[in-house]
Design a protein around this ligand. Structure first.
Ligand code: 8YV
Length: 321
């Protein structure tokens, strides 16, 4: 019998067409209303799910009778209830590596943009405010040779460290669950605890997964440790920072600026952050280049097919039930 696949977010039309050639495909359509109700109905006889950006848990998966795999088009898997998937023996495959360099590029884009006030000065120039040579309000901060603190030296964190070390001659320090000498040695990176990192870095980049340990790890107290000239960049997940505390700290100009790609609630349609000049706000585009999104989609597609054809996908999050 033909297998059934549920596509739970917008995906590249060429991949969708390939899926439709081989499987019975249901595409979840937010325009048609209650997405969870659509999911509950669609997953009943589904063998595989593919997509990204949707919370999948007992509430919308409990009707599934024969679900083998969820293939997420993302490296992060905080949207999925792993305990539930493990209990049900449902595989979760994700897309590491293919987005590492692209996301590290974006971390540096935010770092540089915040340091040199790029969005503010772009607006300032376009508004015709450049009537004579710039003054101190338009000055930025040096990046070259400064201290870069990375929270989470995983693949993406290490790619950021490499850019800082080789490209900008930065001193690298990092924090995380444990020291990683096998990664850190190449960048001469020093392991330190979170407080020390916040107190002594010129640039702080958050590159951790979202989990119980990292949720809310940067609150008012931690923000208070940043140096007045520091720049904070978040390319991980919004919930790692207490956003209300961040807004207050930015309003009070406790540190120089922030560069954000992720937020507690996405999409970010309105926010006090929009009123602030010392924050650069991007719409969660860490991996969003054409080439990388294509590579992520291809990897997710291949892993879905692997599972449906009886092979074990390469990048399973929950291999052992
Ligand atoms: C995406 C990301 O959010 O891979 C991740 O974990 O945060 C981004 O690349 C997105 O889900 C891509 O589909």
């Amino acid at each position: 019998m033909q297998k059934k696949v549920v596509v739970f977010s917008q995906i590249d039309s060429a991949f969708l067409a390939q899926l439709q050639e081989q499987f019975a495909v249901t595409v979840i359509q937010p325009k048609l209303g209650d997405v969870n109700a659509q999911l509950r109905e669609a997953v009943v006889d589904a063998d595989g799910l593919i997509g990204a950006g949707r919370i999948l848990n007992e509430e919308n998966l409990s009707t599934a009778q024969q679900l083998k795999i969820i293939s997420t088009v993302s490296v992060g898997y905080d949207n999925y209830d792993l305990n539930y998937l493990n209990k049900k023996g449902i595989w979760l495959a994700h897309t590491p590596h293919v987005l590492t360099e692209t996301t590290a590029d974006l971390a540096f884009t935010l770092l540089m943009s915040a340091a040199r006030q790029v969005p503010y000065l772009d607006q300032w120039t376009k508004q015709g405010q450049w009537t004579r040579t710039v003054g101190t309000a338009q000055f930025g901060l040096d990046v070259y040779g400064k201290t870069l603190g990375i929270i989470g030296l995983g693949h993406i964190g290490a790619a950021i460290a490499r850019r800082g070390h080789y490209g900008f001659n930065m001193r690298i320090q990092y924090t995380g669950r444990k020291p990683k000498p096998e990664v850190a040695t190449a960048f001469n990176a020093k392991f330190c605890d979170l407080d020390e990192l916040l107190q002594s870095s010129d640039y702080v980049v958050l590159a951790v997964d979202l989990n119980d340990q990292t949720k809310g790890m940067i609150g008012a107290e931690q923000l208070g440790l940043l140096q007045p000239h520091a720049v904070l960049v978040n390319i991980s997940r919004g919930a790692v920072i207490d956003e209300a505390a961040l807004v207050e700290a930015l309003k009070a100009r406790q540190f120089f600026a922030a560069g954000l790609d992720v937020y507690q609630k996405e999409p970010l349609k309105e926010s006090p952050l929009f009123e602030l000049e010392n924050v650069v706000t991007l719409p969660h585009i860490g991996s969003a280049t054409s080439a990388t999104r294509h590579a992520m989609m291809k990897l997710a597609y291949d892993q879905l097919i692997d599972a449906l054809e009886g092979r074990t996908p390469r990048y399973l999050v929950n291999q052992h039930f």
